[in-house]
Write a protein that binds this ligand. Structure first.
Ligand SMILES: NC(=O)c1ccc[n+]([C@@H]2O[C@H](COP(=O)([O-])OP(=O)(O)OC[C@H]3O[C@@H](n4cnc5c(N)ncnc54)[C@H](O)[C@@H]3O)[C@@H](O)[C@H]2O)c1
Length: 167
């Protein structure tokens, strides 16, 4: 049984991916900042599948020590991760001059730095086992400029080129 770590797994596309992987027989480590929703959902899914197949770990993907803890918790619970899905992402509106510095830093940290941190901590074991896959969720907004979405366009554009570099 293979293991996947999915960030932003408490809702939206991360949760959909979690359900899909469980249905395909994978073990899933759900990682999300939202402990309430994530833990509740993981408990429900564990009842449907098995406590050995799904777990939740509260994680801030923008924080180095939190991602390191996620890696250690995954290793302890499931072993080496075969796949990571860097899906957690946030959005902020506004023309560039309207975006607060705080929001700029936050979106770059959650949408872009998170991919660096997840890769930094999870890839060494994948290299050792000579197998592993990484999925980074970008957006069509990473390929074009949208109206009033400057920071998001910049962040997702960075993700698109980061994928090229990682490949
Ligand atoms: N929804 C869309 O239309 C759309 C389109 C293109 C790309 N995307 C991208 O797809 C991804 C998922 O989008 P979604 O619509 O499912 O989003 P969503 O808001 O439903 O889910 C995002 C999840 O990420 C979690 N999260 C936020 N900050 C976090 C952090 N610092 N650490 C850990 N978890 C954190 C949230 O708690 C939430 O559960 C995002 O990267 C988003 O930018 C979404």
């Amino acid at each position: 049984m293979k293991t996947v770590v999915i960030t932003g797994a408490a809702s939206g596309m991360g949760l959909s991916a979690t359900k899909l992987f469980l249905a395909k027989g994978w073990k899933v480590m759900m990682a999300d900042f939202n402990q309430e929703a994530g833990k509740k959902t993981a408990d429900e899914l564990a009842t449907r599948y098995s406590k050995k197949q799904v777990a939740f770990h509260k994680t801030n993907v923008a924080d180095s020590s939190s991602v390191k803890e996620l890696k250690n918790a995954t290793a302890k619970f499931f072993g080496v991760a075969d796949s990571i899905i860097n899906n957690a992402g946030i959005f902020t509106k506004g023309a560039l001059h309207e975006v607060s510095e705080e929001n700029w830093d936050r979106i770059m940290a959650v949408d872009v730095k998170s991919i660096y941190l997840m890769t930094k901590y999870f890839v060494p074991d994948m290299i050792k086992q000579k197998a592993g896959t990484i999925v980074n969720t970008a957006s069509i907004s990473g390929l074009t400029g949208d109206y009033n979405m400057a920071a998001y366009n910049a962040a997702k554009g960075a993700v698109v080129n980061l994928v090229r570099a990682m490949a």
